[in-house]
Design a protein around this ligand. Sequence first.
Ligand SMILES: Cc1ncc(COP(=O)(O)O)c(C=O)c1O
Length: 477
Amino acid sequence: MYKSEQLAHNLRLLIDNGTWPAHSKLPSLRQQAQSSGYSLMTVMNAYQELEAQGLIYAKEKSGYFVAEHLSTQVPQTYSVVSLNPKIEINSQVFKYLKSTQHQQIVPLGSAFPDHQLLCPSKLIQIMGQLARNRKNYEQSSNLPPGNFALRQLIAQRYCMQGITTDADDIVITSGCLDALNLSLQAITQPGDYILLQQTIFYGAWQAAERLGLKVITIPEHPQHGFDLEAFEQVIQSYPIKVCWFMLNAHNPIGFTVSDEIKYKIAKLLHQHQIHLIEDDVYEELFYGSKKPLPMKYFDQQNLVLHCSSFSKTLGAGFRVGWVYAGKFSEHIQHLQLMSTISANSLIQNALVEFLSHHHYEKHLRGLRRSLEKHKKQFYLYLKQHLPVGCEIFNYASGYFLWIKLPDHVNSIEIYEDLLEQHIGVTPSPLFNILQSQQHFLRINCSFEWHSDIAHALDQLSQSIQNHLKLRQITHSA
Ligand SMILES: Cc1ncc(COP(=O)(O)O)c(C=O)c1O
């Protein structure tokens, strides 16, 4: 760890434990350097680090102050539990995904990290070697539940987090979305009630629409990310068959729910015997020193189906993911053999080589460092350039920033405006179907800083300004 990271870490602890409450003034750079023994440059880097994470903010000529606790502050959704009887999101998602595929587009709307950061050369080298041997294309040993050695390696990663797992618990799938879809299909029948977070990856809405499920949603909690009270209220009032939650590095908002809340969720799931499909596809992209625990860790009764993949760390094109399926393993394999069959054999074999020689850990360390650095650059630039009334939600993980637009500025209009200029962003109606929640945007910040990026962010600010002006004119007319 660099000295500035160590200092930032120590200061973050003081903020987290309330020693420095919101809006209290931090020691000046000089005072901090004197009291900590670090150089002025190290202190400045540490403060900038905390600023980029949204934990402190600078006031001109006054110094640094503790922000409202951003890592635990989530956009207020002003909504109670809602029943969403008819979901029609698939065509909207299709249109959106098509629109972002254009080669010339600045891909700030992409769901994947910059491909320059993925697919490390060691993996390319391994694939090159294996590709020359016919035996590596052989399918039978890679059919459901998937390559045994790969399942063992994935099981070991769970064990490293204190989750007892063996290869038989794991089913290899064609990416995380396949794992999520198969899990939902294995547990539900058309017409069943499922419970989602109100703002959630659009894959959950699509799956519910496709399987004809009734969706109840709970709002995000403004401090904790997850609203335990609303959760308890729903599971007491509705016959929920399964929940689909994302509690680590939430997409699109970014928050990670505390272990204490995860423990309480697990307890309630046990009491009511409800299954949980856990989407943990960003589990490796944390910036702190410890990987956040999944809900699977707190699950004593095998109610949680934990889903993840290598898409966000090595490349979405590999299409290799998995589900910790436990007792659902057989059922999921049946469904798999009727649909996606299996993940690619050559890639499964290559991943075994790559993971067994610790190349993955080394790659992950570099990837996390780059994502943190890039997101910080985006954050600082946006903070300076976005019009007044915008709010940026920034968390210490992943590569997204979630931006609240000024009241009444519609994110779809901004998205369409930018698309004409070949700039992609993701508007909130893809994640949240409530009419009242259309004024958020997700920005992918994984890219190396570049003049094209600065230009795209300037265009974003300009577009918001234009919409604000238009509103003022229409209101005053
Ligand atoms: C939250 C979330 N879950 C699942 C997926 C699907 O991942 P995969 O490409 O491994 O299917 C994505 C992809 O964008 C995602 O953002």
